[in-house]
Design a protein around this ligand. Structure first.
Ligand code: SF4
Length: 270
């Protein structure tokens, strides 16, 4: 169902001003998300946002959808229950990199494996911002954090490759410095019939930026432009420091709720 509405209708303005630090990238994700939802014309009563814990997860409080603010790392487990009980609803799960890929890493892999029609937005700022800038699984070697004052020795991994290997049927990456692409990818992810993942590089100037002497928010946004290239760019060849942006996986496979309905139908015939 569609409705004619303005972007502000998707916001819970009574909860503003928001809690994010000046220059945090998460507000740009919120902007891209509500614009994507408006352009898709989705009735907000048909949208559910389920989040865990962290600065990124606070998005669920600012959108006027049905929202569940759950426990750290378990948002996808709650979202799976919502989707299975009401498959007609659109379910979106905003997560930070720690929430999605460390504490919630197992849920992430298995939601992808099942291909359940949920959209996961992984807002990767390479730190645990809300709790004071600890190392996350995406921080990487050489990064300073409150738990690594002499620099991390932990390798990070690639969220896109993990999602692809686990079976997600829509996998994309962009940054908050690429706002049009951000909104377009979120739109495509919501419209995809299966588990969709959009990794979004987002800046945390308060901890990640300050501890690693990366300058302010504007400098970090510029860095996102310099460290990423469109998927398939010649510049990427032989340059492991560059990250590609775009759609890495987009394919149709049986969706979990639909497959489950078929099981019920088979059982009822017996
Ligand atoms: S601590 Fe970092 S991630 Fe959290 S709101 Fe502040 S800038 Fe954003």
């Amino acid at each position: 169902m569609t409705e004619d509405t303005s972007v502000r209708d998707y916001l819970r303005e009574r909860f503003f001003p928001h809690m994010w630090c000046p220059g945090c990238g998460h507000g740009i994700v919120l902007n891209g998300l509500v614009r994507a939802v408006k352009e898709l014309g989705i009735n907000k009563n048909e949208l559910v946002m389920v989040s865990g814990i962290g600065c990124s997860s606070r998005i669920s409080g600012y959108v006027d959808f049905h929202s569940l603010h759950t426990v750290h790392g378990r948002a996808l487990a709650f979202a799976t229950g919502v989707k299975l009980s009401k498959p007609g609803l659109n379910v979106i799960v905003p997560m930070g990199d720690g929430d999605a890929l460390s504490i919630g890493g197992n849920h992430f892999i298995h939601a992808a494996r099942r291909n359940i029609n949920i959209t996961a937005l992984v807002m990767n700022n390479r730190t645990y911002g809300m709790t004071g800038g600890q190392c996350s699984p995406m921080s990487g070697v050489g990064i300073k954090a409150s738990t690594a004052p002499y620099a991390s020795i932990d390798n990070s991994f690639d969220c896109v490759e993990l999602a692809r290997a686990a079976g997600a049927t829509f996998v994309a990456r962009t940054t908050v410095a690429h706002v049009n692409q951000l909104s377009e990818l979120i739109k495509k992810a919501i419209g995809h019939n299966g588990f969709s993942v959009v990794e979004i590089f987002s800046q945390c100037p308060t901890y990640f930026g300050r501890k690693n002497k990366l300058g302010g928010a504007v400098d970090m946004l510029k860095a996102f432009k310099e460290m990423t290239v469109p998927l398939g760019s010649e510049k990427k060849k032989g340059n492991p420091a560059l990250f590609e942006r775009g759609i890495f996986v987009e394919k149709e496979l049986p969706e979990y709720c639909q497959a489950y309905d078929q099981v019920i139908a088979r059982a009822q015939k017996r």
